[in-house]
Design a protein around this ligand. Structure first.
Ligand code: PLP
Length: 405
């Protein structure tokens, strides 16, 4: 497959010592570390091609514009979108979903219309719809899950009515790791004439995503979770749908002409990119996508699956371990509790051993409610993690368990 030690050398932060212990970074679902190439791209962008884009006739502005638009084409190729007009740069998954929720509700929904979401959504795919519910009187319907943490497709089918306007569902759960059968769910929605938005925040870093094959109307992700910079993300939308939707924000670049009497809007994708975009971030994101492509998405998925299998077996040996999420198809996320040790205590004590995990509700309080817990400890893996790190993590968990007797 690939040489994990060589890969680790691309990520200088992984060599850090935390409280004099080797860092074991297992918080990759929250954000990933950045390879040298990405950081260097940001630095060289500011040093060599920094000028505001699109409106300039001078050399630097044209170079920066070309780099930004080339980054858009890189994202298009990465997702296998039909056209770069279908790639809108945003600040991240959250902003992409807010954009669609706002513009879609304005254009396509009225009081009583329904959006289907699932019980395992991140707050980013719940609250924007609730804001629109308060504004437009739209209704949220929720797909339940079974005890393994798989969405119940029988219940999903039953949720559709003549009022259903959109399905908005996560590809991979950030808590359970469940890889939802989004292709099948999209087909079921399309059979009923309903478009679909997929939250790809936890899928794009780990599995090959082909938006034409999936056929979702909208697909969104964050740069920082796929080894790119913070503050940049992507909204993919089918051209005919983006054309139908009104702008989300007003300002520079998203207009064709402005007068006090009448303003007309720019063509795609600029209609949705008001203001100066993060043209340094877009170029660094493209570098990150090329980086993971060089490693190979299939190899990444296979290696991380192996890490997950190993970690699940090892953690399962710890007395009192409860693992949340037993789906047949799972991403590299391990949520757990040990006996009645509070997730916070576990997280803080692991931290003292140099082990970074996340604790709490993971921005999925409705899911916590469904699981009957207040929070969990979550270890999430990347292709730069190793089995030795998993051993250190499990030894740490065991040590904390013994401390609590
Ligand atoms: N959706 C899912 C499934 C996530 O895991 C996250 C982040 O953890 C988000 C949305 C929000 O991403 P961001 O904060 O980058 O906008």
């Amino acid at each position: 497959m690939f040489d994990v030690q060589a890969i680790r050398r691309d990520f200088p932060i992984l060599d850090h010592k935390i409280y004099d212990k080797s860092l074991v970074y297992l918080d990759n679902a929250a954000t990933t570390q950045k390879p040298r190439e990405v950081v260097e791209k940001i630095e060289s962008g500011y040093y060599n091609v920094n000028a505001n884009i699109h409106r300039g006739v001078h050399f630097l502005s044209m170079a920066a514009t070309e780099a930004h638009e080339e980054a858009r084409r890189t994202v298009q190729r990465f997702l296998n979108a039909r056209s770069s007009n279908e790639i809108v740069f945003t600040r991240g998954t959250t902003e992409s979903i807010n954009l669609i929720a706002s513009s879609f509700a304005d254009a396509c929904m009225s009081a009583g219309d329904e959006v289907i979401v699932s019980v395992m959504e991140h707050h980013s795919n719940i609250v924007p719809w609730q804001i629109q519910a308060a504004r437009h009187g739209i209704v949220l319907k929720v797909i339940p899950m079974d005890e393994k943490g798989e969405l119940r497709l029988d219940a999903y089918r039953e949720l559709f009515t003549e009022k259903t306007c959109l399905v908005a569902v996560t590809h991979v759960s950030n808590v359970l790791g469940t890889v939802n059968p989004v292709k099948e769910m999209i087909t079921l929605a399309h059979e009923r004439g309903v478009p679909v938005l997929v939250d790809g925040a936890q899928s794009v870093p780990h599995i090959k995503v082909d938006v034409q094959d999936l056929d979702a109307e909208f697909y969104v992700f964050s740069g920082h979770k796929v080894y790119g910079p913070t503050g940049i993300g992507v909204l993919y939308g089918k051209e005919e749908w983006l054309d139908r939707l009104p702008p989300y924000q007003g300002g520079g670049e998203m207009i064709a002409s402005v007068s006090f009497e009448k303003t007309t809007f720019n063509e795609l994708p600029f209609k949705f990119e008001a203001g100066t975009p993060d043209y340094i971030g877009s170029v660094a994101l493209a570098e990150a996508l090329r980086y993971v492509e060089r490693i190979g998405m299939d190899d990444i998925a296979a290696y991380e699956e192996e890490l997950l299998r190993y970690a699940t077996a090892r953690l399962g040996e710890v007395e009192g371990a409860r693992i949340f999420g037993q789906a047949a198809h799972k991403g590299a996320v391990l949520s757990f509790l040990i006996g009645d040790i509070h997730h916070y205590d576990m997280g803080m004590l692991l931290d003292r051993l140099g082990i970074a995990v996340r604790t709490g509700h993971h921005c999925a309080q409705p899911l916590m409610h469904a699981l009957g817990v207040e929070g969990t400890v979550r270890a999430s893996f990347s292709f730069y993690n190793t089995k030795e790190e998993i051993d250190a993590f499990v030894a740490g968990v065991e040590r904390v368990r013994k401390m609590f007797g």
